[in-house]
Ligand binder design. Structure first.
Ligand code: KIV
Length: 279
C-alpha cells in the first residue's frame, strides 16, 4: 500500500467517500509532473490521470487508442509530484476485460504511482471492482457516457434521458457501490437523472457534463478549464483561462525578440495568406 505524507491511499479514498452529501469534491485531470504540482498546490481533491490524455496530450481522435504503457508513463510523471490529492489512474480499454486482468492492470498502475484506479461500466464491471478492492486498491467507477465505448455507440450521447435509461443507471450504480467503489464519475447524464442518482446513492457522485451542482463533486479535463486545447472544446466546458491565447502571444513576443518585429509581421502575413516571402 502506498504511503504519502503519512496518509495511505485507502485513507484518502475513505475521506473522499465520507464527503458524501458534505463538502463537494473538486477533481481535475493531470497528465504530467508540473501540472500535477500546480493543481495540487491549489488544493484540488483528486488528480485523475485520465485516458482523455489520448486526445488532449497524445493527439489521438478518442480514448480507444490509449495503451497501458501510455497510462503507466503519465501516472509515473504525475506521482513524482508527491501529491496531497488522491492520484487516480484510468484503466485503459481492454486492460480489464476480466477480473484477473483488471487486478493485474490495477497493480501495474499502483506500481507506477497511482493510489486508486478508475474503470468504465456498471454491472458488467462489478467482479472486476471486487477483485481490485479486495487487494486493497481503491476504485472509482464511471457511468453515463463511456468514452471507451464511443465506437460501438457511434458518438458521444447524453444518458439518463428516458425512465429506462435512468433505471439502468441506478442498477449500474448500485452494483458498483456494492462492489466497493469509493465514488462514481457520472459523465453527460441529464441533470435530473444525475441529481436523483446522487440523492439516492450512498457513495459520492462526481459529475462532468451533468449540469452544475447536480452531483457531490465535479471533474473537469484540465485543458478545458485552462483553455489550452482550443481545437475541440466540449459544449459543457467552462474555461477559466485562455492558455492557448497566452501561449500565442508569448511565442510571438519571443520570435520578435529573436528575429525582429519585421520578421514577425512578415511571418504573420504569410500565415494569413497576405504575402509570400521566400526569405
Ligand atoms: O479520461 C478522463 O479524463 C475521464 C474524465 C472525463 C472523467 O475519464
Amino acid at each position: 500500500m502506498l504511503l504519502l505524507c503519512g496518509v495511505t491511499a485507502l485513507q484518502k479514498a475513505d475521506c473522499l467517500r465520507a464527503r458524501k452529501g458534505g463538502r463537494r469534491i473538486a477533481a481535475l485531470t493531470a497528465y504530467d509532473y508540473p501540472s500535477a504540482r500546480l493543481l495540487d498546490e491549489c488544493g484540488v481533491d483528486v488528480l485523475l490521470v485520465g485516458d482523455s490524455l489520448g486526445m488532449v496530450v497524445l493527439g489521438f481522435p478518442d480514448t480507444t487508442h490509449v495503451t497501458l504503457d501510455h497510462m503507466l508513463h503519465h501516472v509515473a510523471a504525475v506521482s513524482r509530484a508527491q501529491c496531497r490529492a488522491l492520484v487516480v489512474g484510468d484503466l485503459p480499454i481492454h486492460s480489464y476485460d476480466h477480473p484477473a486482468q483488471a487486478l493485474a492492470t490495477a497493480r501495474q498502475l499502483v506500481a507506477a504511482g497511482a493510489e486508486a484506479v478508475k474503470l468504465e461500466g456498471g454491472r458488467s464491471q462489478a467482479e472486476q471492482v471486487r477483485a481490485i478492492t479486495a487487494a486493497g486498491i481503491p476504485v472509482m467507477g464511471h457511468l453515463g457516457m463511456l468514452p471507451q465505448s464511443v465506437l460501438e455507440e457511434g458518438g458521444y450521447r447524453k444518458k439518463g434521458k428516458t425512465a429506462e435509461q435512468a433505471a439502468a443507471l441506478r442498477e449500474d450504480a448500485l452494483a458498483l457501490s456494492d462492489a466497493g467503489v469509493f465514488a462514481i464519475v457520472l459523465e453527460s447524464v441529464v441533470p435530473e437523472a444525475a441529481r436523483d442518482l446522487t440523492k439516492w446513492l450512498a457513495v459520492p457522485t462526481i459529475g462532468i457534463g451533468c449540469g452544475g451542482l447536480t452531483c457531490d463533486g465535479e471533474v473537469a479535463v484540465v485543458t478545458d478549464l485552462l483553455g489550452s486545447f482550443p481545437w475541440f472544446v466540449p459544449p459543457f466546458a467552462q474555461p477559466e483561462a485562455d492558455l492557448a491565447g497566452t501561449t500565442h502571444q508569448a511565442v510571438a513576443r519571443y520570435i520578435a525578440r529573436v528575429c525582429g518585429e519585421d520578421f514577425l509581421n512578415r511571418n504573420r502575413a504569410k500565415r494569413d495568406g497576405r504575402t509570400v516571402d521566400s526569405k
